[in-house]
Design a protein around this ligand. Structure first.
Ligand SMILES: [Zn+2]
Ligand SMILES: [Zn+2]
Length: 324
């Protein structure tokens, strides 16, 4: 099968001809139709996440059809494979509804080969059935940009005035869910990115500006999608008392020191790690109700390096998706 393979961090992906993987016990083999590109993929390529399988097939927002194996899905059924690929199921985190924090968790496109390939295998317990509302391409970004965004939004509590720092794959989905829930959305982009700010307003943000600007009103919560630590004190300075800054990325540059005054008033800073299967069930039920429309830019599998490069440069509107 055709696959784009990472041999070592810091190198370009290589087009390879690999054997079709075999589904083991409890696994399904799926023919990949589409795989969305995540910011996390860039962190793996850049060596910022320290425990990848190598060589590695990246990709953890996979849409495809079941070819064989498993008892949970019919052959030919469409499924989505997310980032969370396996947990032990018996640690204190797993037993308390927090499998996203499992110490032994393994992840798709990181410790298991992922979806930048014609076929992928996955533990069927961690796959999601996917509503036919969405095409393969449009459904793919729901599986991480959507899921992690949804979990971030839940951790923002019942905030009415919500700031979104970074209006890419996740931000553009969360904005739609937040508006659906009756929240007020304020969008922050790179300073001077007027195109991004127009995009934010087109998705229901009542105000959009640069991340170095303060919004016209204080925020009850802010979600930071950009992997940029300097945004944390900036977002804190935009918060009302009791507000929370939620850091949604798996990796972030260092957070500069800031005066305690920014945190005072019961403001909080927290991160979001991974997803639970419950998050996935909830979000994938909600998405067609909103309905969430995903903006996508499509690349053939062989152009995965170009897709990653465009994402790195901030040139992707919505989400990049590889098709097979
Ligand atoms: Zn566990
Ligand atoms: Zn991801």
């Amino acid at each position: 099968m055709r696959a784009m393979v990472l041999d070592a961090p810091g190198t370009r992906l290589r087009l390879a001809d690999l054997p079709v993987p075999e589904a083991g016990a409890g696994q399904v083999l799926i023919a990949v139709a589409a795989c969305a590109v995540c910011r996390t993929d860039l962190h793996v390529v850049d060596g910022e996440l320290l425990d990848p399988k190598l060589p590695l097939v990246l990709g953890h927002q996979i849409v495809g059809r079941v070819v064989e194996g498993g008892g949970r899905f019919e052959s030919g059924e469409r499924v989505g494979i997310p980032w969370l690929g396996w947990t032990d199921g018996d640690c204190r985190y797993c037993l308390s509804g927090r499998e996203n924090l499992c110490d032994r968790a393994r992840f798709t496109g990181y410790q298991f080969d992922g979806g930048y390939a014609e076929y992928a295998v996955a533990d069927e317990r961690f796959c999601f059935p996917l509503s036919e509302t969405y095409s393969d391409v449009q459904g793919a970004p729901l599986l991480c940009a959507g899921l992690i965004g949804y979990r971030s939004l839940r951790l923002a509590g019942d905030a009415e005035r919500l700031g979104l720092y970074g209006f890419g794959a996740s931000g553009h989905i969360v904005a739609q869910v937040a508006r659906h829930e009756g929240r007020r959305v304020f969008g922050f982009t790179r300073p001077g990115d007027e195109e991004g700010q127009r995009f934010a307003r087109s998705l229901g943000a009542e105000w959009a500006g640069g991340s170095d600007e303060l919004p016209p009103e204080e925020l009850d919560a802010a979600i930071i999608f950009a992997p940029v630590g300097v945004l944390v004190p900036l977002a804190l300075s935009a918060l009302a008392k009791g507000g929370v800054v939620v850091c949604a990325g798996i990796h972030m540059s260092d957070i500069p020191s800031f005066p305690y005054e920014l945190l005072w008033g019961e403001r909080a800073v927290r991160s979001v790690a991974n997803l639970t299967r419950l998050d996935g069930d909830e979000f994938l039920r909600l998405a067609p109700e909103v309905p969430v429309n995903t903006e996508t830019e499509v690349f053939p599998l062989e152009e995965a390096n170009e897709a990653l490069g465009r994402l790195r440069a901030g040139e992707i509107r919505g989400s990049a998706v590889l098709t097979l």
